[in-house]
Design a protein around this ligand. Structure first.
Ligand code: ZN
Length: 579
C-alpha cells in the first residue's frame, strides 16, 4: 500500500488517498493530530493514534499476559490449564481471524427489509404459435432456446406492507392480469402492490392474424396458445406465493453503469427512403444500466435486478426458436457470477431503443449480446454495498513496511423504507388530419397495386412481403379513419420506494427520453424506470419531437402530443410523494 498524499502537517483531520494493489485507489479518513500524522509519514515508529477498538484492547491484554504474567500461569496446577486454554482460544480465534473474514451484511443489524424470490420454467411446447413478425413465413416454433424461458418473482416487505414484482419472458403483459388477482387472494398482497413486467421478447408465443402467412386458420393455434396462457397465470400466481413464503431478512442497494448493447432504432426518412425500424447511430440512446442487489442476512446474494432499455428484437422473422432473445443469456451470465441467486430483468423505456445487432435468425447473436450485457450487469452488481461500510484505520502491522490496517467495517444497515404511490393520468389521443388519412389511403392503394403487379415467377418471400405491406397499411388506415374521440386516454404510473432506491413502472412502450427525464429528476440514489408493466394503458409513448419524423411507432400509437410530458410530470411527482 502506498500513500500518495502530501505529508505536510496541516490543521484538522486528514484525508488520505490510499492505493492498494488489490482494490485500487480509495479515500481513507484518518483522524490524527497534524504533528503525529507528519511524524508517522516521516517514518516514526509511533503510530499516529492508536485506535481503541475492543479488538485492539484484547490483543494488548493477551500480549501483556503472555509477556509479563506468564509466571502466574505457570503456577497454575496442571488440571487448571483445561480451563484457561478454551477461554484463551475463545478470545484469540475470533480476534485473530477477524481481519481474515470480510465484514458485510452478516455483521450488520437487520435492515428491517424482508425479501423472497422464486422462479418457474415457462418454456412452452414446441409447435406452439410464434407469430411475432409480419414478414415471417413460419407459424409454429420448432425449438426452445437453451437459455430457457423464465418467470421470476420478487417479494419485498418491511414487515407491514408487501410488494411483488414479476419478470416474465413474453412480448406483452396483456392476458396475464388474472395472475395478479389470483396471487393477491392467496397471499393477501394488495392487487395494486403486485406488478407484472415482461421482457418484451419478440421470439415468444404469439398468435396474430396480422403476422405470418395470410389466410391461415388460426383456431388450433389460438387454442394451444390459450392453454399455455392459462398455465402461465397459474405459474405466475404460484411463484408470487412461493416468494412470499420465502420472505427472510435482507439487505438491498443499487448502482448504475453503462450497458453497450442498445442503439436508437428509429431510422429517419431520407429522400425516397421511408422512415424505418433499424439502427440510427445519430438518435438518442439511454445506456444507463441500473442494478439492484439483494443479499440475505448472511451476505449471500439472493437476487440481482437489472433495468435496461433495449427491444428484444435481436431475433426476428427467420428465427423459429422460442427464446427470451438477448435477455435469456444475460440472466444466465449474471447467475453464473452469483451462484444461488436469481436475476430479474425489468425492461426500461425501450420504445425507441433496439439492439445494436438485430433482426437476425441466428440465436448466437442474441446469446452474444446477452452475455455482453450480463457481464456488465454482474460487474455493477459485484460492486454494490448492501450495507453501509467504510474502510477503518485500525493501526498497523509490522511488515516490510508499516502496513496500515484499513479493513472495511460495517456501520449499519441501509434504509429499507418501503413506500408506494400510483396515479392514473389523462393523456391526449393521437389525432390525424384529413391529409394524413388521405396519404395513408394512397399508400394502401400503391401497396395493393404492387401486390397485384407481381410477376408470375415472383418467389414466395417476395409475394409474402408485398402481402404483409398491404395488411399493415390497411390496419393503419382503419385506425386513422375512425371518428375522432375527444375523451382522453389514461396511463397508470406506479412508484415504489425501497430505502434509497426507487422503481417507476408504467404500461406500454415509453420512449427513452421519458425514462431519462424521470431518472434524472429523481431524488433517490438509483431509480429504475420500467415500461412493459401491467396497468391501465399500453402501446408506444413517443416524445413530442418524434411525431414530426413519422415511422412505425408514431403511426400506430393511440397517444397524442403531450402524452410523454404528462407521464414525466406524473412520475416525477410520485417520486417526490414517496420520498
Ligand atoms: Zn416494442
Amino acid at each position: 500500500m502506498n500513500y500518495g498524499s502530501n505529508p505536510k502537517p496541516v490543521a484538522g483531520p486528514q484525508k488520505l488517498v490510499a492505493h492498494c494493489d488489490h482494490v485500487g485507489s480509495f479515500d481513507v479518513a484518518v483522524t490524527a493530530t497534524p504533528h503525529r500524522l507528519a511524524r508517522f509519514l516521516e517514518g516514526s515508529r509511533t503510530p499516529a493514534r492508536p485506535v481503541r477498538t475492543f479488538r485492539m484492547k484484547v490483543l494488548r491484554y493477551i500480549t501483556v499476559i503472555s509477556r509479563k504474567r506468564l509466571p502466574v500461569a505457570t503456577r497454575l496446577d496442571r488440571p487448571q490449564w483445561h480451563r484457561v486454554l478454551p477461554v484463551m482460544a475463545a478470545i484469540c480465534v475470533p480476534v485473530l481471524s477477524a481481519d481474515l473474514v470480510e465484514h458485510g451484511p452478516k455483521d450488520s443489524r437487520p435492515s428491517g427489509l424482508l425479501a423472497g424470490v422464486a422462479r418457474a420454467d415457462i418454456a412452452p411446447p414446441v409447435g406452439i404459435a410464434q407469430m411475432n413478425w409480419g414478414s415471417q413465413t413460419h407459424v409454429r416454433a420448432v425449438g426452445v432456446d437453451p437459455a430457457g424461458m423464465k418467470a421470476t418473482a420478487l417479494v419485498l416487505s418491511d414487515g407491514r406492507s408487501k410488494f411483488a414484482m414479476v419478470d416474465v419472458d413474453r412480448i406483452l403483459v396483456a392476458g396475464l392480469e388474472p395472475a395478479i388477482e389470483e396471487a393477491s387472494e392467496r397471499t393477501g398482497i394488495p392487487r395494486e402492490h403486485i406488478r407484472i413486467g415482461v421482457s418484451h421478447t419478440h421470439a415468444g408465443v404469439y398468435v396474430s392474424p396480422a403476422k405470418g402467412p395470410p389466410g391461415l386458420d388460426l383456431t388450433p393455434l389460438a387454442e394451444m396458445a390459450e392453454r399455455y396462457r392459462l398455465s402461465l397465470i397459474d405459474t405466475i400466481a404460484g411463484i408470487i406465493e412461493l416468494a412470499d413464503r420465502r420472505l427472510e431478512p435482507a439487505h438491498i442497494h443499487g448502482a448504475s453503469g453503462q450497458g453497450t448493447i442498445n442503439i436508437n432504432r428509429r431510422v429517419r426518412a431520407d429522400g425516397d427512403r421511408p422512415p424505418a425500424v433499424g439502427r440510427n447511430p445519430d438518435g438518442v440512446v439511454d445506456r444507463e444500466l441500473v442494478v439492484f442487489r439483494i443479499d440475505d442476512g448472511k451476505g449471500q446474494t439472493m437476487a440481482v435486478v437489472a433495468n435496461f432499455q433495449c427491444h428484444g428484437t435481436v431475433l426476428a422473422y427467420e428465427n423459429q426458436v422460442i427464446s427470451p432473445d438477448w435477455v435469456g443469456m444475460m440472466r444466465v451470465t449474471v447467475e453464473r457470477a452469483f451462484p444461488g441467486a436469481l436475476t430479474l430483468f425489468f425492461q426500461g423505456a425501450a420504445g425507441d431503443q433496439g439492439p445494436i445487432e438485430g433482426f437476425s435468425g441466428d440465436l448466437s447473436v442474441a446469446h452474444r449480446l446477452g452475455q455482453t450485457l450480463g457481464h456488465q450487469v454482474a460487474a455493477i452488481a459485484m460492486q454494490i454495498e448492501t450495507v453501509r461500510r467504510v474502510p477503518k484505520f485500525e493501526g498497523f502491522v509490522e511488515s516490510t513496511a508499516y502496513q496500515a490496517k484499513q479493513h472495511w467495517r460495517v456501520l449499519g444497515p441501509r434504509d429499507a423504507t418501503l413506500r408506494f404511490a400510483s396515479d392514473t393520468v389523462d393523456v391526449p389521443r393521437r389525432t390525424y388530419s384529413p391529409e394524413e388519412v388521405e396519404s395513408m389511403r394512397r399508400r394502401l392503394e400503391r401497396a395493393r397495386r404492387q401486390l397485384g403487379g407481381l410477376p408470375s415467377d415472383a418467389g414466395p418471400l417476395e409475394r409474402h412481403q408485398a402481402g404483409a405491406r398491404v395488411r399493415r397499411f390497411a390496419d393503419l388506415l382503419h385506425q386513422w379513419s375512425r371518428p375522432a374521440d375527444p375523451s382522453p386516454l389514461q396511463i397508470e404510473v406506479q412508484a415504489l420506494r425501497i430505502g434509497e432506491l426507487a422503481l417507476v413502472a408504467m404500461p406500454g412502450e415509453p420512449f427513452s427520453e421519458i425514462g431519462t427525464a424521470v431518472k434524472s429528476a429523481s431524488p433517490f440514489h438509483f431509480t429504475m424506470f420500467c415500461g412493459y408493466s401491467d396497468g391501465v394503458g399500453g402501446d408506444y409513448v413517443p416524445t413530442a419531437d418524434e411525431y414530426l419524423y413519422g415511422g412505425y411507432e408514431v403511426e400506430r400509437t393511440p397517444y397524442g402530443l403531450g402524452a410523454a410530458q404528462r407521464v414525466i410530470d406524473t412520475a416525477s411527482a410520485l417520486l417526490q410523494r414517496i420520498r
